[in-house]
Design a protein around this ligand. Structure first.
Ligand SMILES: [Zn+2]
Length: 299
């Protein structure tokens, strides 16, 4: 091999080697950057799954859901307590009329109501008056198991037309919470009907503000509404043992103190429950009754 030919072969070998090294360099560079990009922190999550809109429905935040306190627990905290379900109703009316007049949601049909009252009678329930409850709180008089209170809110005329005759036939007492300023309006009781029912001794009329005003409203107006109704009930010889129910159901703390300062004895909310405790006498729970059998409400 001549020197010229030797140099040519050498050049080819060097050239090939250089090509291989260059190719390898780019290959390793690619792999190296690929590796780097895999370990580098990334601002976007690896998972591209986006949470559904109602994410929290699928993953509810665990929170301590309050379980109802037992009788013993309530008795220790707020006692003495009595197991005394207080049923509450609004309208007692024929379903077609209730639908036509737009108060179906607040209505219990006359037939369902009749069945519910017969059920209480058949089961031997003692229907108490409110003075038994006040007496229990004040002097510890007994409220036996199997007692109940019947309450009706808002003073609708259908109470006089449909509920009162049924209650009267069974000798059941009841409490009616009356917004006194609405008396005599279409669909509401009249003072004559109220006097008739009150003098029977079966229906106790109590304060539900003057115009059905929420206790969560303006304090000046709340005070005015309560005292106005108090005066009107008093002028008609009603609500001698002062009893109140919060329109819309919310027992506001300052209103509880205000009622107490006026000489009120008890006040009813719409918080569900049937254990009534002395230290909660201004926020007593009740059971809202619909058209189902009373067995469905635990009676
Ligand atoms: Zn009401």
């Amino acid at each position: 091999m001549t020197l010229k030919r030797k140099n040519k072969v050498l050049l080819i070998i060097i050239g090939t080697a250089a090509l291989v090294v260059t190719a390898e360099f780019f290959l390793y560079k690619t792999i190296f950057y690929k590796f780097l990009s895999n370990i580098a922190p990334s601002s976007t999550p690896l998972s591209t799954t986006t949470p559904p809109k109602n994410f929290n429905d699928f993953h509810p935040t665990p929170s301590p859901t309050p379980r109802p306190l037992t009788f013993e627990e309530l008795n220790n905290l707020y006692g003495p307590c009595a197991h005394l379900p207080v049923l509450f109703y609004h309208h007692i009316e024929d379903p077609d009329i209730a639908k036509l007049r737009g108060y179906q949601a607040l209505n219990v049909t006359i037939d369902a109501f009749k069945n519910q009252m017969s059920y209480l009678k058949d089961k031997g329930y003692q229907i108490l008056n409110v003075s038994s409850l006040i007496n229990f709180f004040d002097s510890g008089g007994g409220v036996g198991r199997g007692s109940a209170l019947l309450t009706f809110d808002d003073g609708y005329e259908d109470f006089y037309l449909h509920a009162y005759p049924i209650l009267k036939s069974l000798g059941f007492q009841s409490i009616l919470f009356l917004p006194t300023g609405l008396v005599g309006n279409p669909g509401y009781l009249t003072w004559d009907q109220i006097k008739e029912m009150s003098s029977s001794g079966l229906v106790y009329f109590a304060n539900h503000t003057w115009s059905h005003y929420a206790a969560t409203g303006s304090p000046a107006k709340v005070r005015e509404e309560i005292t106005l109704a108090d005066g009107q009930l008093n002028a008609n010889g009603l609500n001698n043992l002062k009893v109140f129910a919060y329109p819309y159901g919310n027992a506001v703390p300052w209103v509880q103190d205000y009622l107490s300062s006026l000489g009120y004895k008890v006040a009813f909310s719409t918080t569900p429950g049937s254990i009534l405790c002395k230290k909660q006498r201004f926020e007593l729970p009740r059971l809202r009754i619909g058209n189902a059998s009373l067995a469905a409400y635990g009676f």
